[in-house]
Design a binder for this molecule. Structure first.
Ligand SMILES: Nc1nc2c(c(=O)[nH]1)N[C@H]1C(S)=C(S)[C@@H](COP(=O)(O)OP(=O)(O)OC[C@H]3O[C@@H](n4cnc5c(=O)[nH]c(N)nc54)[C@H](O)[C@@H]3O)O[C@H]1N2
Ligand SMILES: Nc1nc2c(c(=O)[nH]1)N[C@H]1C(S)=C(S)[C@@H](COP(=O)(O)OP(=O)(O)OC[C@H]3O[C@@H](n4cnc5c(=O)[nH]c(N)nc54)[C@H](O)[C@@H]3O)O[C@H]1N2
Ligand code: SF4
Ligand SMILES: [Mo]
Length: 718
C-alpha cells in the first residue's frame, strides 16, 4: 500500500532515486481546482517497486500553483488511499441479486458491452432512442470527462440531460440583471473594504479563497457572513446575519429601501448604467426594515446596519456561490443580489461588485461544440430531462406532471451518485427498483446508485487518465497528466464512450478520436504543450484592470443593469425583484407547517467530504462521526429531546433515525442534517435527501432542497 503524506512542503527536485514527479489537477466538483504533484515509482526488477507497473507513492499540492499554493485539503490529502482502495470497482460486474442488494458477478468487458448494446437497442426498438437517459454530473469536472461522452449520446439520439442541480440557477439569476453570469474574479476581493459572504461557506467549500479574504482583512476590510447556519465561516467573520432560510430577497429589498431612503445610492452611476431605477424606488418603498425583519426573523436594526455599511464602504464586494440557489425562490435570490452592486456603483471600484462562479470566464477557453459534436444528432433537437427531477422522470412524469412519452427504460449513469445527491431520494430509489428499467453505472466504487445497476463498469481516478481542468473558482486551466496506468480494467469516461460507440456499431470517426485529438479540437486557442509543461495557464478573457464592468456596459438588451427586466416578465416572472415565500416553508404553507413545523437544511458540512464522494472511505467517514441532526436547544426542549438522544426526523417523503445534536449554530425553527453520507452509514436505508423537496426553482431548472419541512420526535423505547 503506498504511503500518503499530508499536503505541505514541496517535493520537486528532491524526488528519491527511481521516482519521478507528474503534474496533475484535482478533478473534484470544487471551486479550487488545486494543482498537485504525483510521485511515481517506476517498476524495477530488484528495486523498491517490483510489481511490474508504475506506482503512485505520494500525492501533494503543487507549491507553484498560483491559486492553491501547494495546499490540498482534508479530502484529497489521502487521495492515494482512494486510488488504491480495496473497495475500488476494478472489473465490469453484472447484477445477480435483487436491485439494491449489491450482489454482482465479475464479467468481461466484451460481455458487458454486448449486453448493454443488446438491451439498450431493444429498448430503442420498442420506444425510440429518447427512452435512453444519460445521467451524469461533475464527479470528474475535467474537460474530456465532462463533455466527450456527449458525442456518443448525440449520435444515439438519447434524451438530453439538463444539468441544473448545481450553479445553473445562480448563473441564470444573475444574468437576468446583468445580461451575463460573469462577475468578479474572487481574487479581486483582496481590494475590497467590506466583503459580504452571502450564502457561501468559504472556509469549508472554497478554502483556498480564504487567505485572500484574510489578506483584505489585514488591510482593514470587514467580513460579514449572511447564512441561516452559523458556519465555520460565520465563526471567523467580523459580523454575522442569520436570516430564516429562503427569506433573503426580503432582506435585500429592505437594504435597497435604506439605500434609497438615506441617499446612499450612487445616483450618477445608476442614471448612466441602469434601467428601471424609478420603478425600483417605488417598489421598495414598502419594504421597510421592520417589515423585512418579520419575514427574515432578524432585528430591524441589524438590517439597517448592514444596509448602511453596504452603502457607505468602498470598494464593497459580495461573494456568493451555490448554496442559496437551492430554494424555490433561488433564481430571484441571485437576480436581486445582482441589483445591489449597481445601486451603490460598486463595479466602478477595483475590488467592488459581485463575485460568483467564474466558470463562464474559463469555459470560454473550450469550444464546446467541437467537443460534444451536436451535428452527430440526426433529426431535431430532442427532449430535455432535468436531472433535478430524476424521481419524477423515473416515475414517468415530466416537469409539468404530464406522462413522459416515451418513458425512460434505460439509464446510464457516470460522474454522479444520484441516490445520495438528488432530492426526494426515495422516489428515485423506487424508480431504480423498476424491473423494466435497464441501468448501467460507471464509477470507481459501488455507490448507493451502483447497487441498483444491472451492469457496473469500472472508472479510472484522476491520476489514471490525462485531461484538462477548467476551474469555476479561479482563472487558471490545469493540466492533468496520467501518472499511472488504469487500475484493473477501469477506463476513463472518454474511453468508455469510445467502447460504447464500437459496441453499438457506429462508424463516425469523431466517436473514436483519442484524448489528445479531442483536447486539441476543444481548446484551439490554448497552447496545450505549454499547459502540459507548466501544469497551469491563465485564461485570457478576464479584463486586465480587474474590473469586469469598469466601463458600465452590460450585455443585456438595454446595455444596462436591468433593475426592471422585460426578459423576466416574458418568462411570467415579476419584472422587479420580488419576494415570494417558498411553498414548503412555514410562511408558504401554514397547514403543512402545522404538521411539520421545522425547516430542514441538508448542507455540506464536513471538511473530509466532497459531496457524496468520501463518506465510505476509512480515513474520511469514521473521522466525521456518524449521521446526526442538529437542532436548537429550544426546539429540543419543546420535544423533550436531550443531546445524544435517538430521534426520528420525518415528513411525508421519509422518516430517518438519527442522533440529536443540540447546537448553537442554528436558530429556533431550523434544523440540519449534513449531506454526504450513504445509506450504509445512515444504517436505516435512507440518506439526508430522502427527506428533501424536489420542487423546482422559478427559472433555471434548479431544485429546492432547502425548502423542506420536517418534524422531529424522540424515539421512545418500546
Ligand atoms: N441535500 C443536499 N443534496 C445535494 C447538495 C446539498 O448541498 N445538499 N448539493 C448538490 C450539489 S451542489 C451537487 S454538485 C451534487 C453532487 O452530487 P454527487 O453526485 O454526490 O457528486 P460527487 O460526489 O462530486 O461525484 C459523484 C460520483 O462521481 C464519481 N466519479 C469521480 N470521478 C469519476 C470519473 O472520472 N468517472 C466516473 N464515471 N465517475 C467518477 C465519484 O466516485 C462519485 O460517486 O449534490 C447535490 N445534492
Ligand atoms: N468540503 C466540501 N467542499 C465542497 C463541497 C463539499 O461537499 N464539501 N461541495 C462542492 C460543491 S459541489 C459546491 S456546489 C460548492 C458549494 O459551495 P457553497 O455555495 O459555498 O456551499 P453550500 O454549503 O452549498 O451553501 C453555502 C451556504 O448557503 C447557505 N444557505 C442555504 N440556504 C440559504 C438561504 O436561504 N440564505 C442564505 N443566505 N444562505 C443559505 C447554507 O447554510 C450554506 O452554509 O462547494 C464545493 N466544495
Ligand atoms: S477537493 Fe477542492 S480543495 Fe480539495 S484538493 Fe480538490 S480542488 Fe483542492
Ligand atoms: Mo455543486
Amino acid at each position: 500500500m503506498p504511503t500518503n503524506v499530508a499536503a505541505g512542503s514541496p517535493d520537486v527536485g528532491q524526488a528519491e532515486e527511481g521516482t519521478r514527479t507528474v503534474l496533475g489537477t484535482c478533478h473534484h466538483d470544487c471551486p479550487d481546482s488545486c494543482g498537485w504533484h504525483v510521485t511515481v515509482r517506476d517498476p524495477r526488477p530488484n528495486g523498491a517497486n517490483s510489481t511490474g507497473v508504475a506506482q503512485a507513492v505520494q500525492l501533494r499540492g503543487n507549491p507553484a500553483h498560483p491559486y492553491s499554493l501547494g495546499e490540498l485539503c482534508p479530502k484529497v490529502n489521502h487521495f492515494l488511499d482512494r486510488v488504491y482502495s480495496p473497495h475500488r470497482v476494478l472489473h465490469p460486474l453484472r447484477r445477480v441479486g435483487p436491485k439494491g442488494a449489491g450482489r454482482f458477478e465479475q464479467i468481461s468487458w466484451d460481455d458487458a458491452l454486448t449486453e448493454i448494446a443488446a438491451r439498450v437497442q431493444a429498448a430503442i426498438a420498442r420506444h425510440g432512442a429518447e427512452t435512453v437517459m444519460p445521467y451524469s454530473d461533475a464527479g470528474n469536472q475535467s474537460v474530456l470527462a465532462m463533455y466527450y461522452p456527449e458525442r456518443f449520446w448525440n449520435r444515439l439520439g438519447a434524451s438530453n440531460l439538463w444539468r441544473a442541480i448545481c450553479g445553473n440557477v445562480a448563473g441564470e439569476g444573475v444574468k437576468m440583471t446583468n445580461g451575463t453570469g460573469r462577475g468578479l474574479d474572487p481574487l479581486e476581493l483582496r481590494h475590497a473594504k467590506l466583503i459580504l459572504l452571502w450564502g457561501t461557506n468559504t472556509r469549508l467549500t472554497n478554502r483556498h479563497l480564504w487567505p485572500t479574504i484574510e489578506a483584505a482583512r489585514a488591510d482593514g476590510a470587514r467580513v460579514v457572513v449572511i447564512d441561516p447556519i452559523r458556519t465555520l465561516t460565520a465563526e471567523a467573520a467580523d459580523g454575522f446575519v442569520q436570516p430564516l432560510p429562503g427569506t433573503d430577497v426580503a432582506l435585500m429589498l429592505a437594504m435597497m429601501h435604506v439605500l434609497v431612503r438615506d441617499g446612499l445610492v450612487d445616483e450618477q452611476w445608476v442614471a448612466a448604467n441602469t434601467l428601471g431605477f424609478e420603478d425600483l424606488v417605488a417598489h421598495v418603498a414598502e419594504w421597510t426594515p421592520t417589515r423585512a425583519a418579520t419575514v427574515c426573523g432578524l432585528p430591524a436594526a441589524e438590517i439597517e446596519q448592514l444596509a448602511t455599511a453596504y452603502g457607505t464602504t468602498r470598494p464593497v464586494a459580495i461573494r456568493t456561490l451555490i448554496g442559496a440557489e437551492h430554494h424555490e425562490n433561488g433564481a430571484m435570490f441571485f437576480r436581486t443580489l445582482a441589483c445591489l452592486p449597481a445601486l451603490v456603483g460598486a463595479w466602478a471600484h477595483r475590488g467592488g461588485g459581485l463575485a460568483r462562479s467564474v466558470g463562464s470566464w474559463s469555459d470560454a477557453a473550450v469550444d464546446t461544440k467541437a467537443l460534444t459534436r451536436p451535428e452527430l444528432r440526426r433529426g431535431p433537437a430532442r427532449r430535455w430531462l432535468n436531472m433535478s427531477r430524476l424521481g419524477e422522470v423515473l416515475a414517468g412524469f415530466d416537469d409539468a406532471g404530464a406522462p413522459l412519452e416515451p418513458p425512460v427504460t434505460a439509464m446510464i449513469v457516470w460522474n454522479a451518485n444520484p441516490l445520495v445527491a438528488t432530492p426526494n431520494a426515495e422516489l428515485v430509489r423506487r424508480g431504480m427498483e423498476r424491473e423494466d428499467l435497464f441501468t448501467v453505472v460507471h464509477d470507481q466504487f459501488l455507490t448507493d446508485t451502483a447497487r441498483y445497476a444491472d451492469i457496473v463498469l469500472p472508472a479510472t481516478t484522476q491520476i489514471e487518465s490525462t485531461d484538462v481542468v477548467t476551474s469555476w473558482g479561479h482563472l487558471w486551466l490545469g493540466w492533468n497528466e496520467a501518472a499511472i496506468e488504469p487500475l484493473g480494467e477501469s477506463v476513463s469516461n472518454s474511453e468508455l464512450h469510445r467502447r460504447l460507440a464500437r459496441a453499438f456499431g457506429f462508424t463516425e470517426p469523431a466517436l473514436f478520436d483519442d484524448d489528445a485529438a479531442a483536447l486539441s479540437q476543444a481548446m484551439p486557442s490554448v497552447d496545450l504543450d505549454e499547459l502540459r509543461t507548466t501544469g497551469f495557464l491563465r485564461t485570457t478573457e478576464y479584463p486586465s484592470d480587474g474590473r469586469p464592468f469598469g466601463d458600465g456596459r452590460f450585455p443585456t438588451a438595454s446595455g444596462k443593469v436591468e433593475l426592471r427586466s422585460a426578459g423576466l416578465a416574458r418568462l411570467g416572472q415579476p419584472a422587479l425583484p420580488t419576494f415570494v415565500a417558498p411553498r414548503e416553508s412555514p410562511a408558504g404553507d401554514p397547514l403543512l407547517a402545522a404538521r411539520y413545523p421545522l425547516s430542514l437544511l441538508t448542507p455540506k458540512r464536513h471538511t473530509r467530504f466532497l459531496n457524496s464522494s468520501y463518506s465510505h472511505l476509512p480515513k474520511h467517514g469514521p473521522r466525521e462521526g456518524s449521521p446526526f441532526v442538529e437542532l436548537d436547544a429550544h426546539d429540543a426542549a419543546a420535544r423533550g429531546i436531550v443531546d445524544g438522544d435517538e430521534v426520528e426526523v420525518r415528513n411525508d417523503r421519509a422518516t430517518l433515525r438519527l442522533t440529536a445534536q443540540i447546537t448553537n449554530r442554528l436558530r429556533p425553527g431550523v434544523v440540519a442534517i449534513p449531506f454526504g453520507w450513504w445509506s450504509a452509514q445512515h444504517g436505516d436505508g435512507h440518506v439526508a435527501n430522502s427527506l428533501t423537496n424536489d420542487a423546482l426553482t422559478e427559472w433555471g431548472g434548479g431544485v429546492a432542497y432547502s425548502d423542506t419541512l420536517v418534524e422531529i420526535g424522540r424515539v421512545v423505547a418500546p
